[in-house]
Design a binder for this molecule. Structure first.
Ligand code: 7TS
Length: 408
């Protein structure tokens, strides 16, 4: 079990108040996580002592900055067990990962009539880039539906995933249901028909051990800000042959080998995909976040989140009129999306906020999922390493207050 009291002391923001006399209870970790002192200090120290542009200068500061920046890439590679750090491409966020693959691999490989397979529970980041690609190329989008229990309906998979499928991209964990999908099996099924398989790991890498070699996925994307790191840094992992075969995404400095007035050649991996001055301090901050998560242990984090999610699902189910969306705790990550009959989710979020509780309300960038459920929005509480049972109890108390206000 994680020592939440000790962990909480590492997060300065958790000691603050949402309103005077009202302590902050932060339950919006799926949208973005808070930052421990170790991350804040790594970034502060870098700016105070070491900043220079990377890969350019031969002066000492530039060398130190480059070592820290590339050292963070090594940490990411070890964290997801990438065969080599040159397969870890720095981007701004997970969203950029899908766009990069859609623009480069997609535009070079997808043709009219080809099929792209997604699921009905995708975040817009893993939907809209493929819609744009399909429209441009005349390709066809297909979707694995989800069942009433919020897990994927794989019964029709042999008809959905065929030789026509050139790309199969799906989330390892739904940001609304919390459903943890059978990623390894799905990658294998994709490869069996010759498809390239991409995994949306925005909600899995922060919360459970992820091993890209074990999964055998072709591409995998995630964001630093959901895993205790800063905003402005994300990662695309890719298999070497694929990354090497792809044209660059953005063009400019750093991504070139030689530039002539008429023509240029490209740098080696990973820099071929990293045009311009990168997010240096953000990469270093993410490296510090990975150190912090590794120290806690990703297995321990996953086990703790299952405990707290199970506790939350039981506690929430006691609130009259409350419906929880998603599978049981054993099949899901630390997310609880819910509605209360007779109260709009935005009203729920606004009222619990007065008790200092930060939750999200809306479609959570998964409009098609909500449309299928026949609702416009849900309220969502999402947990992390510092969430306590006491905080969950306070959420339940606050929701009962909401019911009283609405005279339910
Ligand atoms: N994929 C999933 C599964 C996500 O949950 C998110 C962000 C993204 C991709 C995109 O991440 P970004 O860092 O590039 O924006 N999800 C959420 C959320 O659930 N609430 O706010 C952002």
């Amino acid at each position: 079990m994680l020592d939440t009291a000790k962990i909480r002391a590492d997060f300065p923001i958790l000691a603050t108040e949402a309103y005077p006399g009202v302590p902050l209870i932060y339950l919006d970790n799926a949208a973005s996580s808070q930052k421990p002192t170790a991350v804040i200090e790594a970034m502060d120290s870098y700016y105070r002592n070491h900043h220079a542009n990377v890969h350019r200068g031969i002066h000492r500061l530039s060398e130190v900055a480059t070592n820290q920046y590339e050292g963070a890439r090594e940490k990411v590679a070890r964290f997801i067990n990438a065969p080599d750090s040159s397969q870890v491409i720095w981007l701004r966020n997970a969203t950029e990962g899908f766009n990069l693959v859609a623009y480069t691999w997609g535009r070079a490989n997808i043709q009219a009539g080809d099929e792209i397979l997604l699921t009905e529970m995708e975040h817009h980041a893993n939907l809209v880039p493929w819609q744009m690609l399909a429209e441009e190329k005349g390709a066809i989008l297909r979707f694995i539906p989800f069942k009433e229990d919020s897990t994927l309906d794989l019964s029709d998979l042999p008809n959905l995933l065929t030789e026509k499928t050139k790309l199969f991209s799906f989330t390892a964990m739904s940001n609304v249901f919390g459903t943890v999908n059978p990623t390894k099996e799905l990658v294998k099924a994709g490869h069996a028909v010759g498809a390239v398989v991409m995994v949306d790991a925005a909600q899995s890498v922060p919360h459970m051990p992820v091993d890209v070699q074990d999964l055998d996925c072709d591409f995998l994307a995630f964001s630093g800000h959901k895993m205790l790191g800063p905003t402005g840094i994300g990662v695309l992992y890719g298999k070497r042959e694929l990354l090497e075969s792809m044209p660059p995404f953005m063009a400019g400095g750093d991504m070139i080998r030689r530039v002539g007035l008429e023509k240029s050649t490209w740098n080696d991996l990973p820099w071929k995909f990293e045009a311009g001055t990168p997010s240096i301090v953000e990469a270093i901050g993410l490296g510090a976040a990975i150190d912090y998560l590794t120290e806690l242990g990703m297995d321990n984090i996953h086990a703790y989140e299952q405990f707290i999610t199970n506790y939350a699902l039981e506690a929430l189910s006691e609130v009259p009129g409350l419906t929880i969306y998603g599978p049981p705790a054993a099949q899901k990550g630390g997310v609880a999306a819910f509605t209360i009959k007779g109260v709009h989710p935005h009203d729920i979020a606004e009222l619990v906020d007065k008790d200092g509780i930060a939750i999200r309300a809306g479609h959570h960038c998964a409009m098609p999922l909500h449309k299928k459920l026949g609702i416009a929005a849900t309220a969502r509480a999402s947990f992390y390493v510092h969430t306590t049972t006491d905080e969950v109890d306070k959420l339940v108390e606050s929701l009962n207050r909401v019911r009283r206000i609405f005279r339910l």
